[in-house]
Design a protein around this ligand. Structure first.
Ligand code: SAM
Length: 285
């Protein structure tokens, strides 16, 4: 059934995609609180987690779980609730449907003729981007980085030539490895690691990819991370420093690559010649 904007649809509830804090309760919006209080039902990624948030704001709306593994079976229940009144969707933190459940519900609610209304607020990739100091005019958000080097390589090859700021989520256990792969496959670009946003120990580590990685070799990565990486810029022809090149060589050797492969790959991005790199690889092995 198609509805024109502004049509009044009798007995059709609205699905409110309601952002919640990513670490600082003061970031809960006034509108968000009112919506959570007024809707008939809140669908939450983790009801225990959301119950704590609701208790803090003295909100007593009924909760139902809607998480990664029940998100398809729960659709009918939530659509039935929407036919009785308004429903809010929240995730554990941040904006629902951004690397959190929500997309399938939005599609199903739209197909059933319901309105969808965003209640904007905290969103870690956007918070990281705007404070990164990297260009914000055009950017590409790519969610979590893949776990395997081969998959990261394929991804970086797809996006490496795009002139847009790149935003990734990453777990603290893989930050070092991912930065090493980025340096090899994207080149030693500008990078910002945004840590623990809006929390007590919020931190931004800014520099080139190799400098940010060097920081985390000294300081074990802990907490929640967003990585913001500069887009492809016209090559300045600037050569990587020798330590930056050696760090990339070490990582490639650890990955089991042969000297020929390493020199071919790194000569593309580092400004060093294949022969020079080959000699350094042989020395490092
Ligand atoms: N929908 C959420 C949002 O809008 O922020 C993102 C959900 S995703 C499952 C969780 C990931 O977001 C974390 O692993 C981390 O990469 C990032 N993240 C969430 N909160 C963060 C924070 N306070 N500081 C830095 N990164 C954060």
């Amino acid at each position: 059934m198609a509805h024109q904007p502004g049509d009044k649809i009798p007995d059709m509830g609205t699905l409110f995609l309601t952002a919640t804090p990513i670490g600082n309760l003061e970031d809960m919006s006034l509108r968000g609180m009112r919506i959570l209080r007024e809707v008939g039902l809140i669908a939450a990624e983790d009801t225990r987690h959301t119950r704590q948030l609701l208790t803090h704001f003295d909100i007593h709306t009924p909760l139902i779980s809607y998480y990664e593994h029940n998100k398809l079976t729960r659709l009918d229940t939530i659509l039935a609730a929407l036919s009785q009144g308004d429903v809010a969707l929240v995730s554990d933190a941040g904006t629902p449907a951004i690397n959190d459940p929500g997309y399938e519900l939005v599609k199903a609610a739209l197909a059933a003729g319901h309105s969808i209304s965003p209640v904007p607020g905290p969103c870690s990739p956007i918070a990281a981007l705007v404070a990164s100091g990297l260009p914000t005019d055009s950017f590409l958000y790519l969610g979590y980085l893949p776990r395997k080097t081969s998959e990261r390589k394929a991804l970086f090859e797809r996006v490496g030539k795009l002139p847009y700021t790149l935003i990734f989520l990453e777990s603290p256990h893989r930050v070092l490895e991912s930065l090493a792969d980025m340096q090899v496959f994207l080149g030693d670009r500008e990078a910002v690691a945004a840590r623990e946003l809006t929390k007590l120990f919020e931190q931004f580590i800014r520099g080139t990819i190799s400098q940010v990685r060097a920081h985390f070799l000294q300081n074990e990565p802990r907490g929640e991370f967003v990585l913001v990486i500069g887009g492809q810029v016209e090559s300045s022809g600037e050569k990587w420093s020798e330590p930056a090149l050696l760090a990339a060589i070490d990582k490639s050797i650890l990955d089991g690559k042969k000297a020929k492969e390493i020199s071919a790959e790194l000569s593309e991005t580092s400004g060093w010649g294949k022969k020079e790199i080959y000699a350094l690889v042989t020395k490092a092995k």
